[in-house]
Design a protein around this ligand. Sequence first.
Ligand SMILES: Cc1cc2nc3c(=O)[nH]c(=O)nc-3n(C[C@H](O)[C@H](O)[C@H](O)COP(=O)(O)OP(=O)(O)OC[C@H]3O[C@@H](n4cnc5c(N)ncnc54)[C@H](O)[C@@H]3O)c2cc1C
Length: 417
Amino acid sequence: MSRETADVVIVGAGIIGLSIAHQISRRDRRRVVVLEKAPNVAEGSTGASCAILRQRYTHVEAITVARDGLRAHRDWARYTGLDEPRARFHHTGVLWMMNETPQAVEAGRSRMAGLGIGVEVLDAAGVGERFPALSACNEPFDLSGETEHTCVDHDTFLFETESGFFDPVSAAQDLLEAVRGVGVDVRFKAAVTGVRTSGGRVDGVDLTDGTAIDAPVVVNAAGPWAPRLAAMAGFSYSPWTIHPIRAQVIYREWPRDVVPGPIPVVADSSGGIYFRPEAGGQQILVGSILEEDEQEVVSDPDVFNGNIDAAFRDVKIHALHHRIPSLPYRGQITGVAGMYTMNVEDVHPVVGPTSLEGFIVANGFSGHGFKESPSIGSMVARFITGAESDEWDTSAPMEFFSIDRAPIVLDQKAVLA
Ligand SMILES: Cc1cc2nc3c(=O)[nH]c(=O)nc-3n(C[C@H](O)[C@H](O)[C@H](O)COP(=O)(O)OP(=O)(O)OC[C@H]3O[C@@H](n4cnc5c(N)ncnc54)[C@H](O)[C@@H]3O)c2cc1C
């Protein structure tokens, strides 16, 4: 057995663990070790992520976290310090087709504009001019397709002009290169099997190969495996319920000759879906915005069903046809299921120090973690190093996500929270 020391151990080389490592390494050169049980980056939630970078949220703090994350994603080469990063920002805009009153849309626009976010209100004609493939109907309809539906154009939509989506796996690879370039020790096939504690504080971790690393700070960035890691430390999230759920995504071939582009990221309340371009514009990726589709708890994240359900596929494709009437009924459909880690009480993460001194959590991101990762990295790095904020930090306080908070009040506990 070998015995080593580090200043900070981060468990998990997903987008959260790597962002924390990156944000620490931008501040000082303390010894940071990132431990990943898989043979590569992004083998958990990050690899399955749709990586949509939208900024609309219910609460100003959450909007700020997303806004500040987007800043890094839009200027990725400078943020990572890499001359030629692999990941690319896809600037499509995000269109909210949510069946809201003009007053609600205007209130959303004004609040986001007040935070420096590019937003416009579009009417049905405006949607048609920019995105000719999209229907502007927002009438609820029978998702089973059994009841006839007549489309009625809705008149007010919110459009985020600067938002879009990112390449999640390439982003993790870029961060790996960036942190290794400045001396962060990232190890693969390095599963943590124990978290040592004494006298109410964390002492370090044990690995499968018998290595023990002594460290005063251990960060739980283990994504869907976070509850297991917490249990190793004898730590309970109570009163929060943090667990992985299965999240499905469909890929529908995009026949460009009959479905004209561009297509933005769309959140569509009448169909209960979100969608965006995929595979360089060869496919349309479709996911769910419904709470009911975030209920399947994964009891063992090492063994879960990565295929899509036929019923899910059929309903979501039906909803996509409503939004894109020119989409032909023949076309290749594939899909995958990944895992979100849900915080059941308010679908926002718990981030920061815990009652176990030195044990820091960054868990329970639901469907928000990718866009938030630069901001979460900055919050945790600022806490660990005490170094003041700079250009790439968020102005949102980490306390908003504190494990000691009361649940954040929300209209719906789903991905759009
Ligand atoms: C289908 C889907 C769509 C999504 N869409 C979006 C979106 O559009 N926008 C958005 O912002 N977010 C989205 N998300 C959410 C986002 O992807 C996640 O919140 C984010 O990737 C979480 O990153 P993470 O680093 O916490 O977890 P992960 O990527 O899961 O990383 C955790 C890592 O820890 C490692 N690990 C676990 N236990 C141990 C151990 N004991 N020892 C060593 N290593 C360990 C795992 O192997 C894993 O690699 C989506 C997620 C899914 C599944």
